[in-house]
Structure formats: structure tokens, C-alpha cells
Design a protein around this ligand. Structure first.
Ligand SMILES: [Zn+2]
Length: 203
């Protein structure tokens, strides 16, 4: 529609999730009309995301160092691990202020049609975390907080099968009440907080 660099920018922005052509156009013209320094800051932030973001060696969360802020915090309860699909789900749960344990990021959910099986997720790393505990029972609870949709439920069922034989470990799932078919990140804090405090024991 437009020509030259502005159309290139709109095309690139429109590829981003949640941003249709209209939103892309709005941002592009906002940047064009704005201060140069705004574009400089945005460019620098993008380059830093590409070059400097690493993943926590323990839980798989995005991190600035080898351990993320949560794994590096000795005040967090190490007996509880909340298993989520994506790092953004950690921030959704943190916002509820209902959880003081640690996390484990799977990197997605089981989706055989899209070629995502157990090996494509960080399930092995979770089992290793449980097996590596000095006395084998430091972690007392795994909270499965995968999304309330088909893939999330399939993943929860699979995890339950893998985890049910760990001695002294209870596996819980977020209570129902979350909007079915949705993403955890879209649940409001109150609903998510309630689902967390009312979690049910699977094993
Ligand atoms: Zn971590």
C-alpha cells in the first residue's frame, strides 16, 4: 500500500503475533513521527534480545545469567515446582502472588499433529531435576499448570503418568474455572490465583 521503508516495516511488524496490518501500520507511523532516540532504544532492545537472552539452566525460564531470578532466589520454596508451557506463563502466575515455589518451563505442549512429542519438550530435564535431589524427595509437589486446552490437558496426562511413581511426590493440577481452550496468560489474576489455591491432587 505504502512504498519503500515504511511498507517494509509494516510488513515485518504485521508478522508479529497479535498485530494485524492495522496495528502494524499504527506502530510504523508512530515510530516515523516519533523521536530518533525511540527507534534507537527499540533497535538496541531487539539486538539485545537476539544476542543476550539466555535460558535458565535449571528451569528453562528466560534469564540474564545462568540461573534465572527465581531459581537464584534462596527464599523460594524448593519443595514445590510449578510446571508451565512457556516463560510468559511464569509471569502470569507470579502476578497472582499465590505461589512461592520454583518453576519448570516445558517449552510448549504435546501436539502430535504439529510433530511435538515428549522429546521436543523439557520433560527429561524435569525428571532429571527430580532424580538429582540428594535424598530423592526434596520436591514434595509438582503443580501441572499447562494451558486449559486440548494440548495442555494431554501434556498434563502424560506428565502424571511419568511422575506418579516418584516416592513421596504429589502431583496437582490447577482447579477448573479457567476459561477452557484458552491460554494461561489470558486468565485474570483473580481467576488464576483461585485456580492455583484450589488446585486438586491427581496423585
Ligand atoms: Zn530458573
Amino acid at each position: 500500500m505504502y512504498e519503500g521503508p515504511i511498507q517494509d516495516l509494516i510488513d515485518q511488524l504485521a508478522k508479529l503475533p497479535g498485530l494485524g496490518p492495522k496495528g502494524a501500520q499504527r506502530i510504523a507511523f508512530h515510530l516515523l513521527a516519533g523521536e530518533d532516540v525511540e527507534i534507537d532504544r527499540l533497535t538496541a532492545a531487539l539486538v539485545r534480545v537476539r544476542d543476550d537472552v539466555t535460558f535458565c539452566s535449571e528451569c528453562g525460564n528466560v534469564a540474564a545469567e545462568s540461573l534465572c531470578r527465581i531459581c537464584g532466589d534462596a527464599r523460594r520454596d524448593a519443595t514445590k515446582i510449578c510446571v508451565v508451557e512457556e516463560p510468559k506463563d511464569i509471569y502470569a502466575i507470579e502476578r497472582t502472588k499465590e505461589f512461592d515455589g520454583r518453576y519448570h518451563v516445558l517449552g510448549g505442549a504435546l501436539d502430535p499433529l504439529a510433530g511435538i512429542g515428549p522429546d521436543q519438550l523439557r520433560i527429561r530435564e524435569l525428571l532429571r531435576r527430580l532424580a538429582d535431589q540428594p535424598d530423592g524427595k526434596d520436591v514434595a509437589e509438582i503443580i501441572v499448570a499447562t494451558d486449559p486446552n486440548t494440548e495442555g490437558e494431554a501434556t498434563a496426562t502424560y506428565l502424571l503418568r511419568m511422575l506418579k511413581d516418584f516416592p513421596g511426590l504429589s502431583v496437582t493440577r490447577l482447579a477448573s474455572g479457567l476459561p477452557m481452550g484458552g491460554d494461561l496468560e489470558f486468565a485474570d489474576e483473580l481467576t488464576l490465583g483461585r485456580a492455583l489455591s484450589g488446585r486438586r491432587i491427581l496423585v
